[in-house]
Structure formats: structure tokens, C-alpha cells
Write a protein that binds this ligand. Structure first.
Ligand code: RAM
Length: 912
């Protein structure tokens, strides 16, 4: 919709609002976030963006103005002359990502802020509760600390973890204390014997040689007069095994710690304690710890009280100062990894082979906590697997070289509790060897870990199998969003595969709040991009620059575009623009003058349907067709993005380039009758979804597409085609086929794994074959989210919650539910930046009942399928007597509404 129409429509809604809104609507401003985070500390975004939500007991509520005020304490917010910044009353409907416009903020500065709004009746709200954000260390010079390491210990194989410690005292009353900390390798931090934070896998995974995150923790309440500080360091991604070929030490061979503790006293003075050569270091009970291989812990070597005061570290060696860079330190922009759930096993199995196996009932990512009692030196070995084989035995062949083994050696002092520190496993089954005595269910607890994103979406419907599919998609996302979006969590891979991330990004953004998560990861994409614009296959890149595959490297454009659409985030488009452009320029130079991208090495429609039939080996979509289609799509999007960020010249340039690619595509890959040279579902889905066909051939191509689906009766797509498949069938009016694909239970389909008991999404359509045997051990993950990209269609099409790209961030919402596939209800809820969006329909007797929630400060267009205006009621009254802005369009009724909760009812005869 163009700007003018939007304004007219908004005006219409405002008029309507006058009629139906209670003039006394009470509006509350809440859920304040800075840079998508609740009260973040230690950020380094110099002009943070502020967002809030409005809740109201009235309907048709829009914000007409806001006022933000910022001060250095909550109390000071109320006194005008103490403010750091006041926006004044700004006439604006913007309540998402409003840029802080006050004076430059200093390192470590904390500011409090609050906001009030005026609604469309010019009624002002109360000020919100105060929120805050706090800056981290903004200049490298402010890092006074030195990197420290353990003398002479350079290694590229896993050695025992390092334990660092130091003590310090304070003599004055502490007002505030912050610790800034990072490491080469992973760290866990302790203060006076206690863990400082429940963040896991810190400092996270980035392109370490270019960007290294540090964390900031508020330790004010933990500081006493005598203090001890300790840290454990392990290899992690930095020095451990990562990538192919048993590759260790990709980033370096030396573990190191950097820590700075800033204490402000109540008398206005301050003190800084830092890592330096007076620190002590030793090894301890963690004999080895590897992300792929697991952890070995010898409890007999535990060091009682090592991170508390008074410990005798006389036998520890002095740490050595090491010269490592500090100018690459960045504050995290994502969300930390945390343990978010605990799971009890459902069964203890003795397999045919006699193995003792716990079934967690869910393919999960994390580890288990084990309770055990035995003799000193007893050794319990825990192994992890996703599946049992067809005989019911423990199966680990698909983990490839990853050992996924935790070993615990008992100290022999009554009940002992073990959980690993720096490893994670992807598993449903846990095999125990050497357990003293007979284990019970309660001896094992599953600890689920992932980037702690807020869950924003739910989707349910009348079919339990589809509900399980949705659960599997969400579990797949949880298991694979671990500071970076990985392909899988179990085998010797777990890498940030770009293709998987891009195809899943829309689904991901329905399920969880991924704004911060992707903002962080996209910076790594840009950091690892090669000077010629080529994008590595995995980010962070541990494959030494191998990259440039179509549909994978296009992550540069597609993920920021998703973040823009879902969160209305323009800054990510600005900040990633150079990276996006470099990628398009790379394709342009590789494609050359004929605009067909026939060069390069590509994954193609990865893992598409394959058969062993002699006359039909499976669906092969030519790689250059895919590459040229993506070249077109990314170029076109880049042009659009250039326009959005105000770069007119590029907008025109890439728009015109995209037209040339389209022409070349049609000439090369489309017959004059609309048939594609690769006559596959993926090819048609690409051509139709990306709008690559001339108007007169669209109908014919759609027919070929539909006929192919009908002929097979199943999907034949891989990673590239699958995310587009149902959306495109629906777009050409073939919901019947899209629902047929969704409902199919035999291989290949989304529900086939569900019927086999899957609790996550599989990498391959036939990870486990109907006869119970497995796919090739070389590549058979049972927790791979890529095919979960169908989630986007469930939320957007079946339940009907869609973003309007012209008014991104759900400022204007498109509700368009679709009944089909025998479903009698479908329900989606989505927590947008503006508040809760809901879309829920059911067939109740002879009636279609549809409920929606439109949050305050948004508007919506609702499309009611198979409806006649005079038969529809809204909140139990006749629709046409209550809503002016409505029309009949084909068989649907289309209306525009402002915020509120609405229920529609009308006869369902045409919907069944
Ligand atoms: C495998 C995985 C991954 C995919 C690459 C191309 O490693 O299946 O998901 O993106 O191949």
C-alpha cells in the first residue's frame, strides 16, 4: 500500500475511533526495552533505540505523540532541571525503535528512562515505570586489564581447564561494582565462592579474531571487605575441536582471561581491579572439555574453596601476561545462553545389547545432571544419542567423530552431583556405563540450554500431529540457537550454516524474539565476508573462507530484511548495507554480462527428494537456475532496501540490474509456453515466489507447478524449495494442494517423522526409513531446523497473522485465515513489538467463529474468507452497522480496524 492510501485509511480508522472508542480509555505504557533488551547493562550501541508497548482498556487506540525523559537516577526523572535528556512532546506514532537523542553517553554510564504517550483522543497517559540501560566500555583505552594466560601452555589438543584466582580487599562502602570479563576459550566466573552469573558458554561465539564479546555483570551485592575472584577457562570454540578434520585451535592455541572490576564507593571515589601477573593459575578436576567430545571430570581433584577468600594458592603458579588484542572487544548485542528448562526422563530401558539407557522423552540440547553415590575412583561414563536403532539399541553412528561422552570420576563422599561445564549434547537417550548400584529415574535430570530468547509465538490447531510438528519446530529452534544459529547440535559440526539460517528466519521470528540474536550474528556475517564480497558457508567461518553458494550467502540480505519486516528495524538495513551490496556485487561479477549466474560452486536444492528408481532418480533443479533466481531476488531486494534507507542512486541501479537478470532468466530457463527447463517443484516455486515470470506465463507455470505436485502426491523439494512450497501453492490459489502436502503422513512429508515419533525436525525427509533403517551416517541429523520453515505458512497462512511490508514491525497487520485440510480450528498468538496479536478461528456447528486481537498503536486489515457482509457479526452486532471501512472482494469480506479484541461470526457452509 502506498503512503497516501495508508494515510487515508488511518484517517478512516481515526474517524471510526471517534465513534466507537471510549473517550475515557485508560492507556498504560509498559514493557520498555532498549536495543530489544530489558534493562541491559554493558551495551556499546552509542544511540540506543527505545521501544515500549501500550495497553489499553479501550479500542481503536493510536499513539499521537510521545515524550521520553532520561536521567541518571529514577528519582531525578521527575525534576526537569536534573534531566540528561528530554525528547519533549514529539508528535509521532512511533513507539518502536525510537533513537535516543540526548548527549553522548560515557563508558559505564547508567541512565534511567521513562515515557508517556498521547493517544488519538489527545489523552495523555501516566509516565511509565522507569527502566534503564547502562553503557559498557566504549573505548579500548578504558581496558586497563591485561590478558593473562597459563605459562608454557600452548596447545591445540584439549588439556585440563585452567583455574585462575586472585584476592582483593575494599575499605569503603561500595556504591556499585561491575565486572567486565572475556576470554579466549570459554569462561565461568566466580566471586567469593559463588558463580557470578547463570549465563552459559560465555563469551559466546563470534568471529573471534575480529570481534570478541565481553560480558558485564553487576556484582555490587557480592562485594565484601575481603574478596576472592576466580575463573575457569576451557577450550570451547576458540581452541577446541571445531569444523571438519579434527581441526583444533582454529582461532589460537592459548587460553587467556581478561577481567576488569570497577568499584565505585559511596564517598565518590573508585577503584579498579584487573587481571595481571599477580593472579594465580592451576589446573583442577576438569581434565578435558570439548564441545564435540564432552567432558571428563575427576572429582578427586576438586579444589575446595579455590574461588573463596583464605585459600592457600601457594602451590599455584603465577599467571603470565600475554599480549592479545583489546581493540576488538565488543559488548554483546544478542541474548545470553541459559539453562531454560529441566526435563525428567520418562523411562529406563535395558536394550537388547544390555545397555542401560535413560529416555528423556524429548530430543533436547544441553546435558544431564547426575546424582550418584559410590566409591572414590568409581567412574561413570555417560553417552548421548538422538535415536535408538530398529532393534532398540543405542545408536550413535550419525554423530560421526563427535564422542559426546561425559565421564565422571567419583570422590566417594556420599551423594555426589555432576553436571558438565563447557560442553553440550544433542540427545534424547543417555547411556550410563559404570554406574555404581542401580540407577533410578530421579538420578538423571535433563538441562535444556539455548540462547534465552523470549518465546513470542504459539500455533495450535485441531490436528494433534500438526501440533506435534509445531512443537518439533520450536524444539529445533531452541536446540540450534546457541549464540549463533547452527545447523545441528549433536555431531562434529554444529556450525552457523547460512542457508539453514536464511530459509528458517521468518519461522524463527514467529516463534521467538530473534531481533537481538540476529543483530549480533549478522555482524559476524559482515565481519567474516571476504574482501571480494563472497560470504562463507558458515558463520563464524571455520571453513577457511569456503563460501559463495547461492541461497546460502543470500543470508546477508534475507535475515536483515526479516528483522526489518518483523521488528520495523531500519538500522540493521543501514548497518548491513555494505555487506549486502558486496554480496550482490560479487554475484554480478561472477555472473558477468549475460546476467546468468552459471559459475561458482553451489549446494543447490540440498537434500531434495531422491529415489532409487531407474527412471526417476529424484528431483534435481539445476543449480544455475537456482543461482540466477536468487541473484535476481537479492538484487531486487537490495534495490528496495536502498530505497528504504534513502540511497536513491542504488535503488535505481539495483532495480535496473534486477530487470536485466529477470529478462535473462526468462530467456534461458522458461520456454515460450511457461515451462521451466528444470521441471521441478523447487524451480516453479522459485520462479513464482520471486516473481520471475512475465505476466502471460504465470498461469501456465502455476499449472505446471500444481500438476507436478498432483502427479507425485508429495513434495520433492530440498532446502531451497521447501520453505517456498506451501506459500507459493497458496499464492496461486491451490490451498488444496498445500494442505494435502501438510497432511501427508508417508515419506516424504513433514508429518512422516512425526508418525515415527520425532520430537524435533530431521535433516532429511527419510532420516529413519519406513523399515526402521537409517539414512547415510555421513549426514543424518535428527535435530535440524531447515525443513521447519513450514512454520511460517502455519502462522501466516493457516492461522492468518501477517506483516504488512509497507508498514513493517506489525504497525499494520494483515489478518487472513485459511480453512482447509480438514482442520476445524487454528490458533496463533504472537507477541509483536506493539503487544499481543492473536488470530484464532474455529468451525462451530454451522458457524465460522474468528477472533483477533489488534494491539494498541497498530491497525489491521482483516480478510474474512467465504463471507457475505450482511451475514457477518462483529462482537455480536451486525458488521455493516458497526464498521464503515469494509468491502466485499471476491468471496471475501475485507475490512480495516483499529486496536481491540474482535469476534466475527458467520455461516460456515462455504468453508467446510
Ligand atoms: C550440511 C548440513 C547443513 C547444510 C550444509 C550444506 O552440513 O546439512 O545444514 O547447510 O550441509
Amino acid at each position: 500500500m502506498n503512503q497516501r492510501n495508508y494515510l487515508i485509511r488511518t484517517a478512516a480508522i481515526l474517524i471510526l475511533a471517534m465513534v466507537s472508542t471510549s473517550m475515557l480509555a485508560k492507556n498504560t505504557v509498559k514493557s520498555l526495552v532498549a536495543e530489544y533488551l530489558v534493562n541491559p547493562i554493558g551495551i556499546d550501541v552509542k544511540e540506543p533505540r527505545l521501544s515500549w508497548q501500550i495497553t489499553s482498556d479501550g479500542s481503536n487506540v493510536l499513539q499521537s505523540a510521545y515524550e521520553i525523559r532520561v536521567a541518571d537516577s529514577p528519582q531525578a526523572l521527575a525534576s526537569k532541571n536534573k534531566l540528561i535528556w528530554s525528547s519533549g512532546k514529539v508528535e509521532s506514532n512511533q513507539s518502536v525503535n525510537v533513537i535516543y537523542g540526548g548527549p553522548a553517553l560515557k563508558s559505564m554510564q547508567r541512565v534511567y528512562w521513562q515515557v508517556r504517550i498521547w493517544d488519538n483522543n489527545n489523552k495523555v497517559s501516566k509516565w511509565s515505570e522507569p527502566a534503564f540501560w547502562e553503557m559498557g566500555i566504549l573505548e579500548p583505552e578504558s581496558w586497563e586489564a591485561s590478558w593473562i594466560t597459563m605459562e608454557d601452555e600452548k596447545s591445540v589438543t584439549s588439556l585440563p581447564c585452567h583455574y585462575y584466582r586472585n584476592e582483593f580487599s575494599t575499605s569503603k562502602k561500595v556504591k556499585s561494582a561491575r565486572v567486565y570479563v572475556t576470554s579466549h576459550g570459554l569462561y565461568q566466573l566466580f566471586l567469593n565462592g559463588k558463580k557470578v552469573s547463570d549465563d552459559l558458554f560465555t563469551p559466546g561465539w563470534t568471529t573471534y579474531n575480529k570481534r570478541l564479546q565481553y560480558q558485564t555483570y553487576d556484582v555490587t551485592s557480592q562485594i565484601g571487605s575481603e574478596n576472592a575472584i576466580g575463573a575457569i577457562l576451557s577450550d570451547g570454540w576458540y581452541r577446541g575441536k571445531i569444523g571438519w578434520d579434527y581441526q583444533n585451535g582454529y582461532y589460537g592455541d592459548q587460553l587467556a582471561l581478561l577481567l576488569q572490576l570497577e568499584i565505585n564507593y559511596t564517598d565518590g571515589t573508585s577503584e579498579t581491579f584487573t587481571t595481571g601477573d599477580e593472579w594465580k593459575v592451576a589446573t583442577g578436576p576438569i581434565l578435558s572439555s570439548s564441545i564435540y567430545d564432552g567432558e571428563t571430570y575427576d572429582a578427586r581433584l576438586e579444589i575446595e574453596g579455590w574461588s573463596a577468600t583464605g585459600f592457600d594458592d601457594g602451590k599455584w603458579q603465577n599467571a603470565e601476561v600475554t599480549n592479545q588484542p583489546k581493540d576488538i572487544l565488543v559488548a554483546p548485542q544478542g541474548v545470553p545462553v541459559k539453562a531454560t528448562q529441566e526435563i525428567k526422563p520418562i523411562e529406563i530401558i535395558t536394550t537388547l545389547k544390555g545397555e542401560l539407557v535413560f529416555d528423556m522423552g524429548q530430543n533436547m540440547v544441553g546435558w544431564v545432571r547426575m546424582k550418584v553415590q559410590g566409591k572414590k575412583g568409581d567412574q561413570v561414563v555417560l553417552k548421548f544419542a538422538e535415536v535408538l536403532d530398529k532393534e532398540g539399541n543405542f545408536y550413535t553412528d550419525n554423530l560421526r567423530s563427535a564422542e559426546c561422552t561425559d565421564t565422571y570420576i567419583l570422590k566417594g563422599v556420599g551423594e555426589e552431583v555432576f553436571e558438565p561445564h563447557f560442553t553440550f549434547h544433542g540427545f534424547r537417550y543417555v547411556k550410563l556405563e559404570g554406574f555404581p548400584g542401580i540407577p533410578e529415574l530421579e538420578d538423571i535430570t535433563g538441562v535444556v540450554i539455548h540462547s534465552d530468547m523470549d518465546r513470542t509465538g504459539t500455533f495450535t490447531c485441531s490436528d494433534p500431529l500438526i501440533n506435534q510438528l509445531q512443537q518439533n519446530i520450536q524444539w529445533g529452534q531452541r536446540g540450534n540457537f546457541l549464540d549463533v544459529p547452527t545447523d545441528c547440535p549433536q555431531r562434529d559440526e554444529r556450525l552457523g550454516w547460512t542457508g539453514d539460517a536464511q530459509v528458517f528466519s521468518m519461522t524463527a521470528a514467529y516463534n521467538f524474539d530473534v531481533a537481538a540474536f540476529y543483530t549480533k550474528w549478522m555482524k559476524d556475517v559482515a565481519a567474516d565476508q571476504l574482501p571480494n564480497g563472497k560470504v562463507p558457508h558458515v558463520i563464524p567461518d571455520v571453513l577457511r573462507g569456503d563460501g559463495g553458494s547461492t541461497a546460502w550467502a543470500d543470508v546477508t540480505i534475507i535475515v536483515p530484511w526479516t528483522v526489518y519486516k518483523i521488528y520495523g528495524d531500519k538500522r540493521i538495513l543501514d548497518e548491513q548495507y555494505a555487506s549486502m551490496k558486496a554480496w550482490v556485487e560479487y554475484m554480478k561479477s561472477d555472473a558477468g554480462d549475460d546476467y546468468l549466474w552459471t559459475e561458482g560452486s553451489h549446494f543447490g536444492d540440498w537434500l531434495a527428494y531422491a529415489t532409487i528408481n531407474s527412471d526417476y532418480p529424484g528431483a534435481t533443479t539445476e543449480k544455475d537456475l537456482i543461482a540466477t533466481a536468487y541473484y535476481y531476488n537479492s538484487t531486487k531486494l537490495l534495490g528496495k532496501i536502498a530505497g528504504i534507507i534513502g540511497n536513491k542512486e542504488d535503488a535505481e541501479k539495483y532495480d535496473s540490474l534486477s530487470s536485466k537478470i529477470k529478462k535473462a532468466f526468462v530467456l534461458e530457463y522458461v520456454t515460450p509456453n511457461g515451462r521451466l527447463v528444470s521441471h521441478t517443484q523447487t524451480a516453479y516455486a522459485l520462479a513464482l515466489a520471486f516473481d520471475l515470470l512475465p505476466e502471460n506465463l504465470k498461469g501456465k507455470a502455476a499449472e505446471y507447478f500444481a500438476n507436478d505436485v498432483k502427479k507425485f502426491g508429495h513434495l520433492t523439494t530440498g532446502f531451497v524449495g521447501t520453505p517456498l512450497l506451501c506459500n507459493t501453492l497458496s499464492a496461486i490459489g491451490r490451498d488444496d494442494l498445500a494442505f494435502m502436502l501438510l497432511n501427508r503422513k508417508e515419506y516424504p512429508s513433514w508429518l512422516y517423522p512425526v508418525t515415527k515419533g520425532a520430537t524435533t525436525i530431521w535433516e532429511r525427509w527419510d532420516g529413519q526409513k519406513p523399515d526402521g533403517t537409517f539414512q547415510d551416517v555421513g549426514m543424518n541429523s535428527f535435530n535440524h531446523y531447515a525443513y521447519g520453515a513450514i512454520g511460517e505458512w502455519l502462522y501466516g497462512h493457516v492461522a492468518g497473522i501477517n506483516v504488512d511490508v509497507e508498514n513493517p514491525g506489525y504497525k499494520h497487520i494483515l489478518f487472513s485465515p485459511h480453512v482447509g485440510g480438514g482442520l476445524t480450528n487454528a490458533n496463533a498468538e504472537f507477541m509483536s513489538m506493539y503487544g499481543e496479536v492473536k488470530s484464532s478461528w474455529k468451525i462451530e456447528g454451522q458457524e465460522f467463529v474468528y477472533e483477533i486481537v489488534i494491539p494498541a498503536n497498530t491497525t489491521a486489515t482483516v480478510t474474512l474468507p467465504e463471507a457475505k457482509v450482511e451475514q457477518v457479526t462483529i462482537n455480536s452486532s451486525a458488521l455493516n452497522e458497526n464498521v464503515d471501512d469494509l468491502k466485499e472482494q471476491g468471496n471475501a469480506v475485507v475490512l480495516n480496524l483499529g486496536s481491540g479484541s474482535y469476534q466475527f461470526r458467520y455461516p460456515a457452509d462455504k468453508l467446510k
